[in-house]
Design a protein around this ligand. Structure first.
Ligand code: NDP
Length: 355
């Protein structure tokens, strides 16, 4: 059996198109353009890239995008004040605080400061609480979990009555996706790092959602033939490069592979260490340079060492596609749905203000 591929890029494009059309109607009928405010604290490159793509998506769909950028030295009070000001701004219908926040900030307090009516990420305790209660409706549902459900529904996978297993119980993915499946009348089992015999539990699943952050963890013999498998995981797996050499870290004694910057183009690579041609010594990223290199200094030919990586999910795609009935790829599965659902939530935020 070869699984039917669930094309997240295609389904996300459909959701975005529908949201864009709804935004155009809202503007024509009520003169209202949905506005999304992003709050970015610090210089984390991945966070900057995520915020950038959310702002771009807003513009593409005719929404207003408001970017608030704070330095990584911003205080708790400063960040909370920005959130409070956005709560009061009628142009803003959704507030997204980009996570992770710098360590000195209290994430829980900042997320709780976002007004319930503008909580497009769906992480406000009241929204999560309503999601977890029978007969209650949250104003917003967290975007990645909502995206998982949308992928199942639009692929024709029956949820009511199905046995669903969710790997992972995080506040961001595992827990809310479990609640959403329960709301849709699946029988749900939630697994975590202390669960015993995961393969046996997973084999019971008609719907298996993997959200653990462990590359290729779910193998073919974990999957019931014909099951729908949604792979939320995004992990970096090293890929061999012809120029890779083995180095020994002069500081920690550990061996590591890498190649010099000029031996590969940019793209998907990560800095793993440095090498000094003058001393013929290498050291891992995060380790201090050996003493001799500190004396001779960077001018003597320190170069950065890199390794190539590719993105893989929590599911061993090649194995599982032979057993599953439906399967999402990584990348191109759940990932594109997250922003599409955020746009949908922002549109709904604007809609709430006229109803
Ligand atoms: P967290 O690290 O917050 O949670 C991971 C969960 O997996 C925890 O509940 C943990 O259990 C469980 N877990 C970890 N190791 C094991 C194991 N060996 N066996 C069983 N359970 C295990 O991660 P997130 O939920 O934030 O993210 C999960 C994955 O999804 C990551 O790869 C992340 O990058 C990706 N992701 C993708 C998104 C997308 O848009 N596609 C959005 C958000 C996340 P315990 O609670 O016991 O510690």
């Amino acid at each position: 059996m070869t699984a039917k591929l669930i094309d997240g890029t295609l389904i996300a494009a459909q959701v975005r198109q529908e949201t864009g059309d709804a935004v155009a109607r809202l503007k024509a009928e009520h003169g209202l353009a949905p506005g999304l405010a992003t709050v970015l604290v610090g210089e984390n490159p991945a966070s900057k890239a995520y915020v950038g793509s959310k702002q771009k998506a807003c513009q593409e769909l005719g929404m207003v995008s408001i970017g608030c950028k704070l330095p990584d030295t911003a205080s708790q009070e400063e960040v909370e004040k920005v959130v409070r000001d956005l709560n009061a701004d009628p142009q803003v219908h959704g507030i997204l605080v980009q996570l992770p926040l710098p360590r000195h900030l209290n994430e829980e307090r900042i997320l709780s400061a976002v007004s319930l009516e503008k909580d497009v990420d769906g992480f406000h305790p009241v929204n999560i609480g309503r999601l977890s209660m029978k007969g209650r409706e949250p104003l917003f549902v967290p975007c990645t979990p909502a995206g998982c459900i949308e992928l199942l529904v639009r692929s024709g996978v029956k949820i009511a009555g199905a046995e669903a297993v969710v790997l992972g119980r995080s506040n961001i993915v595992g827990l809310p996706v479990s609640m959403l499946l329960l709301h849709r009348d699946a029988t749900v089992t939630i697994c975590h790092s202390r669960s015993a015999d995961l393969p046996a539990i997973c084999r019971r699943a008609d719907i298996l959602i993997a959200a653990v952050g462990r590359a290729d963890m779910v193998k073919a013999d974990w999957v019931k033939p014909g099951a729908a498998v949604i792979d939320v995981g995004i992990n970096q797996a090293w890929v061999a490069h012809p120029a890779d050499r083995e180095y020994v870290c002069a500081t920690s004694g550990k061996t590591f592979a890498g190649h010099r910057a000029e031996e590969s183009d940019k793209g998907s690579r990560r800095e793993v260490g440095q090498y000094c041609a003058a001393c013929d010594k290498a050291w891992l990223k995060g380790q201090n340079a050996p003493e001799c290199c500190e004396q001779c200094g960077p001018h003597c030919g320190h170069v950065k060492l890199f390794r190539r990586y590719k993105l893989v999910g929590d599911v061993d795609f090649d194995q599982v596609q032979e057993v599953a009935g439906y399967l999402t790829p990584v990348p191109g599965g759940v990932g594109p749905m997250t922003i599409a659902m955020l746009m949908h939530n922002t549109y709904r935020g604007a809609l709430h203000t006229i109803k």
